[in-house]
Write a protein that binds this ligand. Structure first.
Ligand code: 4GX
Length: 244
């Protein structure tokens, strides 16, 4: 919260974050949040009661509110930009972070409204995953990255929102030549229509070559379809012989 987009979102009054220590919602002398798994096996499991009580204390603040309660876990649906956009429109979100081998399944079954994973790898706790969600959501909030209002992201769609479904185009800055590597001439030409077409072509080309599965579900405009047709015809050029 002290840096970058989270700091900016907070300064713009768009974001506030509260931490809730599960131990504050225990009732025993040792403030116990975990226990051994039924059925045996290694490791510990987070008990359901402190998690239910913690989330219920947040629900109690605004009775009747439609409050998303999101469990971070490798079993969740993958966090992708459309999910981030959906979350950025919510006024409040609860992110539930587990530790240990996991948490009592009744949290997923009877408390969480959604389960999200930030990727197919195993963290030791949900906190970093929650920070990733916060970061992605904060950068879409009005007034945070120069998005004056939330309508901007929708109406600009793909073109100004690379990363939504196609990869970004290549970026260059000065110097125009660095260690023998030239910036493509078109970017120095000042021809804005030509530059727009080049960027679109490069974005599609990069997506086609590096992440072809991202193009699968897309309905493309005529210009894009033509570009992709040409790409599929073109022979693949090794890095050493590419230019422009
Ligand atoms: N994307 N982890 C959660 C503990 C746990 C296990 C099961 C609830 C149910 C992860 C991820 C992730 C590791 C966070 C296990 N909590 N979270 N933790 N990948 O790997 O979100």
């Amino acid at each position: 919260m002290a840096h970058g987009v989270l700091k900016r979102a907070a300064a713009a009054g768009q974001l506030s974050v509260r931490l809730h220590d599960l131990r504050d919602f225990t009732e025993d002398r040792h403030r116990t949040v975990d226990d051994r798994p039924f059925g045996g096996g290694p490791g510990m499991v987070l008990k359901p009661e402190p998690i239910f009580r913690a989330v219920e204390s947040i629900k109690f603040e605004q009775p009747g509110e439609d409050l998303p309660v999101i469990l971070l876990s490798p079993q969740g649906r993958l966090l992708r930009q459309p999910v981030v956009e959906e979350l950025s429109r919510q006024s409040r979100i609860v992110l539930v972070c587990g530790r240990y081998e996991g948490m009592d399944e009744r949290v997923a079954d009877g408390l969480a409204t959604d389960e999200l994973s930030i990727g197919d790898y195993v963290l030791s706790g949900g906190e970093i995953a929650a920070a990733v969600v916060m970061e992605c959501v904060a950068r879409l909030m009005p007034g945070v990255l120069g998005n004056e209002d939330s309508a901007v992201q929708d109406s600009f769609g793909e073109e100004k929102m690379p990363g939504r479904r196609v990869l970004d185009w290549p970026h260059y800055t000065r110097p125009a030549e660095f260690r023998g590597m030239r910036v493509p001439d078109v970017l120095l030409s000042g021809d804005h229509e030509e530059i727009r077409r080049w960027r679109r072509r490069k974005a599609l080309e990069k997506t086609w070559r590096k992440r072809p599965e991202l193009l699968a579900g897309l309905t493309l405009e005529e210009e894009d379809r033509q570009v992709l047709e040409d790409l599929k015809q073109a022979p693949y050029l090794p890095v050493s012989s590419r230019q422009g």
